[in-house]
Write a protein that binds this ligand. Sequence first.
Ligand code: CUA
Length: 339
Amino acid sequence: MQDSSFVQLFPEQASTFAWQVDALYGYLILVSLVFSVPIIFAMFYFSIKYREREKYAVPKEIHGSMVLETLWSVIPFFVSMSVFITGAIVYFNQYTPPDDAMEIYVVGKQWMWKFQHQTGQREINDLHVPVGRNVKLVMTTEDVIHSVYIPAFRTKADAVPGRYTYAWFNATKPGKYHLFCTEYCGLNHSGMIGTVYVMEPGDFDNWLSGNSGGETPVQVGKDLFENKLGCASCHAGGPQQRGAKLEGLFNTEVHLVGGGTAIADEDYIRNSILNPASQVVEGYQPIMPTFKGQVTEEQLNGLVAYIKSLSPNAAAAPAPAPAAKKPEEKAPAANKATK
Ligand code: CUA
């Protein structure tokens, strides 16, 4: 997989945007060299040329030059703008998951990574993904901030307690790749590592069907919703309905009591379960109890997945997501990834 005879400055490139990150990095190094090398040479040259102190004790007066002033303002302006614009393009590519991506839940915990596929398979510290498909990581954590870093994919994003963050990639080469935690998270931070297995799509399907995963996140959520937590007693339709209607809710705009609106995305649903009083939808009473402390991160993921599944058209559909909503649903994901 890796050419060991070659001194490796960069990790191997194994995702669709890896070359963009490296190209930008190379460009930054080039710009730094173009400026620093002549300066170093000029330092040596002048210190030799002007080494006779008496002769140069009183320097010649220098008068302003409009041409020079203009040049050394305009050239750095364009250089810095080129860094900014290419950096922004690469950043948006890296942190805007495509709509058709397959979603994998990631839960960080001191000190392990827990993954769950939409089909129910769970993995710890190992992540199996198919080559050539868009994979979106929906990440959160049970305790402190962790950060997923897969060098070969050139992707890195924090997992933050209490909310969802996202990362995505499209792996280009089958193989085994390192996964690191890159946010200091306590004693065994350095041991919070994992392996990403990129497989041919056929092998991946076999792997997926060979590992009977038990309940899918949607089934976990449905069970909690209908039985264990009793959400359905208020949220199911009919004369008993006291809570908001959840069918078709995902990714739509909701109007909140006290003015203001919100997009019903993953974070909104999560927050509605944990802090229901913080965003009551117009037309409903603030009667929903909090479920903070009663559900684990995995159960929350299941509830979110179930509520998403009630909106078959809005959730991660390839095309039909209304164009007007896209910037709102994407901007937060991009912002979160910065920190
Ligand atoms: Cu988890 Cu460092």
